[in-house]
Design a protein around this ligand. Sequence first.
Ligand code: UVW
Length: 324
Amino acid sequence: MCGIENDKNHPNTRQLLEGLPKNWGKWGPDDEVGALNYLQQAEVLRGVAAVRQGKTFTLQVQIGHPGGDPMWPARNPSMRFNTLDRSHYQAGKQPSMTGGAEYCDDVIFMQLQGSTQYDALGHAWYDNQLWNGYDASSTVGGMAKASVLPIAERGVVGRAVLIDMARHRGKKYLGRGETFNHLDLLAAAQAQGVAIEKRDILIIRTGSMGAFYEYGKTEFFKDLVEPGLTYSRELVDWFNQMEIPNLVTDTIANEVITDPVSGVQIPLHCALMRNLGIAFTEIVLLEELAEDCAVDGQWTFLYTAAPLKIVGGSGAPVNPIVIK
Ligand code: UVW
């Protein structure tokens, strides 16, 4: 990820977020899934009740797409290699199984934030403390606290609402660095004829991932400043009051990385993930789902996601499925 030198003209993250709500301790001193605790049986049933047509959509981008993966260029691209295929049998390096069966195998080396993924709640922090107050030294050599594993063990199921900010602004894709806030989300929801309800999983489309595949990797990453949510105290309060368990977007960072007002970087990772315990899901592909919602007018559905169970992981790939 990108980063800038600390600039004395900017407040630090603690100063920026001073006095804002924190959910530390709300679900006990050992909690590692945060606001996902809001998704109890009643919320699962609310999600199930949103299913009306039986249509299904998967939201993951492809890992190893020939055009490249939509991840920060500073991170290593995914590399998948065959360790066994037909060529090994042809070259006499591998005997067929008794009876003649053959098979192929492969390995992958990838950044856990290098595709559609759940971030661990401890993925980003400031002041040496992670979600729920865990010490940042617990991240060394693998996350001992607030890793992605407890999220993966639990799974995520609930009612989700899709807010199509790009469509709301009459655009195919939001522009470079184009911002929006919770009031814009509410205006878009109203225009879509849908209400964002308390404890909804909030899915926001900017069109960014569609742009990645349309323009190609080189053009997409040229001077990239992602569009997205921007920090304000009111926005953080709104997420807290709405008890949003999970923020899902089609951008790499789920927010405009550098707050245009304060200059502080990733303030929403800090205010929403670290302090409120809201799970972050990034790099989802929403083009097909959004098109379908625009046609049938159904913007809410059952959302299910099970990130991979990676011990100590700061994140894990996931292929969310929604059912309308
Ligand atoms: C950071 O913001 C640090 O990473 P990501 O966008 O993958 O959450």
